[in-house]
Ligand binder design. Structure first.
Ligand SMILES: Nc1nc2c(c(=O)[nH]1)N[C@H]1C(S)=C(S)[C@@H](COP(=O)(O)O)O[C@H]1N2
Ligand SMILES: [Mo]
Length: 519
């Protein structure tokens, strides 16, 4: 049997090379499209990057059930998973186009153009789109199309040529395209990195608060396995719709308060730092937190009281909504009544004595104790429009979530771990955290196998706006499987509801339970 080589002209023998070169053309053309696109986007807005633009559009259009599923499935990595899937899908599409181009170059170019058009549509549809947001997609697509034509031509020639050396025209063209693709992607990443807030943030010296937070009480964090009372910025949960974390230039940033006010107020970051700052402990919770979930964290927030800024602007009496807007176009609606009833609402610039990190809203965000994040905690805030609920809606309220969303009383069991095995005869340590921001927690109880409720010990806390750690020891349990339940009572004496509710539309409810075994 004669040896088949890629030089054979017989169809059967040529196909592996043909397929391989088609795949290569597709990958190179795709790489160039995305590389050039991201390089140009680095100089414009991030959302004009074709991939980020399409990804953001995907997030904006994802139905609620899919979003819930993705958060449950992938948690805090949901964005990485989305980006990864997007790149994988694009790679596959470009491979198909590269293969198609071998026989039907025009058709493949139509395919590239369709992808480019989708990217143009998505990038122009971003809330922070500029007049030039289409440019990276268009230039990237043209470059990618040209690369596809070039690669397809040289590889066709290769297939029909009798022989070619290592420095054939083919390798020069393919190598050149690969180099330009990689170079532009690298340069784009470098420009993006140079615009990151890391440097500006490290130069910020936060002033000492005129009104400091209560000192941490002795006795917190004294129980093994319980969630630490203070959550570091690094460990703080992150929830937002931003596929790439906004990098806000603090030297040009400002917050404008306008709409139904007596006079517009605009403050720069330096203006904020020049104010008498207050520092307060506040536990934040996401409305998407399931019973027993960990989308909750406690930090010491430094900022300017929101009421002070609103009084300066003069809120008109018939206004009932603050519509906060982020640099990326995300919006949050907050009831004026809640924000100004005397609770510690603020425009925060610091978290645990450090400037905000980029993921948590640098340079400034809103914090209103007692309201879920989506109706209060606007990150990268740049605008507060004072308006009315019968005139405006916000990002999540447009998607079926409630306008009024005070945080529900909740308790979480941290210890024992799920399905833990505990030695018979020993005291079973049980511990966790409970929260009812603005009302505080007055009691936590646990019950084993639907038995009588036993009262847990509450560890100290700084006040009603933060969670409280609790602990109780269980004795005299029979060997075997047991179900532990917990419930909290808030500072007004209200026991948290046993009624099980999903997060949508205004937060989950129900008593958490844990299974464990005495062995
Ligand atoms: N700009 C912007 N701000 C936002 C969001 C967002 O998607 N974009 N998400 C909100 C939600 S749903 C929550 S729970 C909190 C989370 O804040 P964190 O990520 O700092 O924990 O931010 C709020 N502020
Ligand atoms: Mo949230």
């Amino acid at each position: 049997m004669h040896r088949r080589t890629t030089q054979d002209r017989s169809g059967a023998a040529a196909w592996p090379w043909a397929a391989l070169s088609g795949v290569l053309s597709g990958v190179l053309s795709g790489g160039l499209t995305l590389g050039v696109g991201s390089l140009l986007a680095a100089f414009l807005v991030r959302s004009s990057d074709p991939v980020l633009g399409v990804g953001q559009e995907f997030i904006a259009r994802t139905p609620e059930w899919l979003k819930e599923w993705a958060i449950r499935q992938f948690g805090q990595s949901d964005k990485a998973v989305l980006l990864g899937s997007l790149y994988a899908t694009l790679a596959l599409l470009f491979v198909v186009l590269g293969l198609l181009a071998r026989q039907h170059l025009r058709l493949a170019l139509v395919g590239v153009a369709v992808l480019g058009a989708a990217a143009v549509g998505a990038t122009l549809n971003r809330p922070d789109a500029t007049a030039l947001s289409w440019l990276p997609s268009v230039v990237g697509t043209v470059a990618g199309a040209a690369a596809l034509v070039l690669c397809t031509r040289v590889s066709r020639r290769r297939a029909s040529a009798a022989a070619s050396g290592p420095l054939s025209r083919r390798s020069v063209v393919l190598g050149g395209v690969a180099a330009v693709a990689a170079g532009s992607a690298g340069a784009g990443a470098a420009v993006t990195a140079s615009r990151s807030v890391a440097q500006a943030r490290s130069r910020i010296d936060l002033p000492a608060p005129a009104s400091p937070a209560a000192p941490l009480p002795a006795g917190i964090d004294t129980v093994d396995g319980v969630t630490p009372y203070v959550t570091s910025a690094k460990d703080f949960y992150r929830v937002d719709t931003a596929l790439s974390v906004p990098q806000v230039d603090v030297s040009t940033w400002s917050l404008r308060i306008h709409g139904m006010v007596e006079r517009e107020v605009t403050v720069t970051f330096d203006d904020l730092l020049g104010e008498d700052l207050v520092e307060r402990w506040m536990t934040m919770t996401c409305v998407s937190n399931e019973v027993g979930g960990n989308l909750v964290g406690n930090a010491r927030w430094l900022g300017v009281p929101l009421t002070r800024l609103l009084e300066r602007a003069g809120v008109q009496p018939d206004a009932d909504m603050l519509l906060s807007r982020s640099v990326d176009g995300f919006t949050v609606s907050t009831p004026v009544a809640d924000a100004t009833d005397g609770r510690a609402s603020m425009i925060a610039v610091g978290m645990n004595s450090e400037p905000l990190t980029d993921v948590h809203g640098f340079p400034a965000r809103m914090i209103v104790p007692g309201l879920y994040g989506y109706v209060s905690a606007c990150k990268w805030i740049t605008e507060i429009e004072v308006t009315r609920f019968d005139r405006q809606t916000a990002y999540w309220t447009d998607r079926g979530w409630a306008e009024q969303a005070p945080i529900k009383t909740a308790v979480r069991i941290d210890v024992p771990a799920p399905f833990a095995k505990v030695r018979s005869g020993a005291t079973v340590p049980v511990a966790g955290v409970a929260w009812a921001q603005t009302r505080g927690i007055s009691q936590v109880e646990v019950s084993v196998d639907s038995g009588p409720w036993r009262t847990a010990e509450l560890l100290p806390s700084v006040g009603e706006n933060t969670w409280v750690q609790w602990t109780v020891g269980l004795d005299d349990l029979e060997p075997g499987n047991h179900t532990l339940r917990a419930r909290a009572t808030d500072g007004t004496g209200q026991v948290q509801t046993e009624t099980v509710a999903k997060p949508i539309p205004d937060g989950s409810s129900g008593w958490p339970s844990k299974l464990f075994t005495i062995v």
